[in-house]
Design a protein around this ligand. Structure first.
Ligand code: FAD
Length: 465
């Protein structure tokens, strides 16, 4: 079934010399400057938030009963709330950040900031309660009760705080491992509700805003624009993109045992700007699966009207892929990821993959400019386990590169520094693109470091966030 197989044929696709009639649209080059500007804006915003809170305090307020606790509580609250906004922006799928930083690193940064934000907000709740309790000479619990029952918007804020704590607890590594991804994801959705619930009490009771309409307006604008980007890039754009392309499954085919290619056809795929190595969130619109979106990398550049992913059945959703029927509607969100040829620092690359980790490398290989010298290393337990082996061989041969299939058990095939140097003697002068199981990626990255490959030349896609 050549027409829907998306296999490499000499002279076809971007890797070929002869353009096809309906080529795919290349993904735009990332713009690091825009990401730098956004990072600078984030820093300035934090400075402005701290400045606004500090300058709104007075000596009289600080020296009055409970004054220090209240001031510290306000500082903690606004800083925590600002960090929450930053966290939301980091995972808002802003294309200017996604293409430069990559979603995996953005998610890691989001996770690093999360405990700080949550601790600051917790400190805010405790300090403000203790401060007011001191001021009104009452107990902390009584003060908390007074807040909830008499202060405007405070009940909503406390509920919001509870939801944030729940999201925090479920993200702790041990709890996260025990939870299904979908359960964890739903709890996380509640953080948006939590932030909305907490917003009004900041505006209504925030001392820093009393007599400072400009500060209040800027704070409202920051929250409104954050909500806006979430709505646009996490909701409206995916809806629009899915409607525009109208993807439907054409065929599902077993590539190697347990690994299935899903080939879809759709409208306007020649207008879908995507780079080889990027991934989409895929939502198969059938009963039981429609509400879950899972990340899968393209295993070939789109060949309009076709697009393909290759999926290894590991859990409930990925195993169900094998049973999907032709005609099933598919919604997509993306493209995401910085694992593309744009990340290259040199004109020589080594693509190193194992298992289903070959898939983004297969698409990346197609997307690399002809001038780039390519070595591909494929790791598998048996020759039958090499996913898209024939396609890789054809693409490598077409561009005069080298393909090494490292087949055998872990004891037989060692991917340590010695082993790697034997296969790719000039590794240190190449860009490395690595994708496969986590321990495989760690081993190759460690060996590359030993062989002197600069950090900036090591690019890695990890199949979990
Ligand atoms: C950037 C990226 C690209 C990927 N590309 C491919 C690919 O081309 N082919 C392929 O076979 N696999 C790919 N994966 C892995 C694939 O997404 C998971 O195997 C799949 O989501 C598992 O879902 P499940 O319900 O079958 O299994 P589960 O049992 O629910 O989960 C198995 C593992 O996948 C993780 N996972 C589940 N759902 C998601 C999600 N929505 N987002 C992130 N992680 C999740 C879980 O945390 C768990 O570690 C990719 C993952 C990422 C992050």
């Amino acid at each position: 079934m050549t027409s829907t197989s998306l296999q490499a044929r000499p002279g076809s696709g971007r890797a070929g010399t002869r353009p096809t009639a309906r080529q795919h649209r290349p993904g735009p080059a990332p713009r690091p400057r825009v990401a730098d500007v956004l990072a600078a804006a984030g820093g300035i915003g934090l400075g402005a938030t701290l400045g606004a809170v500090v300058t709104s305090e007075s000596w009289g307020a600080l020296t009055s009963r409970g004054g220090v606790l209240l001031a510290a509580g306000r500082l903690a609250g606004f800083t925590g709330a600002y960090l929450m906004l930053v966290m939301v922006v980091l995972i808002a799928r802003l294309p200017w950040l996604e293409g430069v930083v990559g979603q995996d690193r953005l998610v890691r940064l989001h996770r690093k900031i999360a405990p700080w934000a949550l601790w600051l907000i917790t400190a805010h709740v405790v300090l403000i309660t203790l401060g007011y309790a001191q001021l009104t000479k009452t107990g902390a619990l009584h003060q908390l009760w007074t807040f909830v029952t008499t202060y405007p918007d405070m009940l909503a804020a406390i509920v919001g705080f509870g939801l944030l704590v729940m999201a925090g607890i479920t993200s702790i590594r041990i709890a996260r491992r025990r939870l299904r991804y979908e359960s964890w994801w739903i709890v996380h959705l509640y953080t948006y509700l939590a932030l909305s619930l907490a917003f009004a009490h900041q505006i209504v009771t925030g001392v820093s805003f009393i007599g400072h309409p400009l500060a209040r307006a800027i704070w409202i604008a920051a929250w409104a624009s954050t909500a806006g980007v979430v709505l646009v890039f996490r909701v409206l754009q995916p809806l629009w993109r899915s409607w525009w392309h109208q993807l439907r499954i054409v065929s599902v085919r077993e590539e190697v045992p347990g690994v299935f290619s899903v080939i879809c056809s759709g409208r306007h795929l020649d207008r879908l700007a995507v780079s080889g190595g990027q991934f989409f969130q895929w939502r198969f619109l059938v009963r039981g699966l429609w509400w879950q979106a899972h990340p899968y990398s393209l295993s070939a550049l789109p060949k309009p009207p076709y697009i393909r992913v290759t999926v290894k059945g590991l859990g409930d959703q990925s195993r169900s892929v094998a049973k999907l029927k032709p005609g099933t509607r598919v919604a997509i969100e993306g493209p995401y990821g910085a694992f593309t040829h744009h990340a290259r620092a040199t004109d020589k690359v080594a693509l190193i993959g194992a298992g289903v980790g070959i898939t983004p490398l297969r698409a990346l290989l197609e997307d690399l400019p002809r001038s780039v010298d390519v070595t591909v290393l494929v790791r598998a337990s048996t020759p039958q386990d090499v996913v898209h082996g024939e396609e890789l061989a054809a693409l490598v041969a077409e561009r005069g590169g080298r393909l090494h299939e490292l087949v055998g058990s872990r004891r037989e095939v060692r991917l340590d520094a010695r082993g790697l140097r034997k296969v790719v003697p000039d590794l240190a002068s190449r860009d490395l693109y690595i994708c496969g199981p986590e321990d495989f990626g760690d081993a190759v990255t460690g060996a590359a470091r030993q062989l002197g490959v600069p950090e900036s030349q090591v690019h890695r896609e990890i199949f979990s966030f």
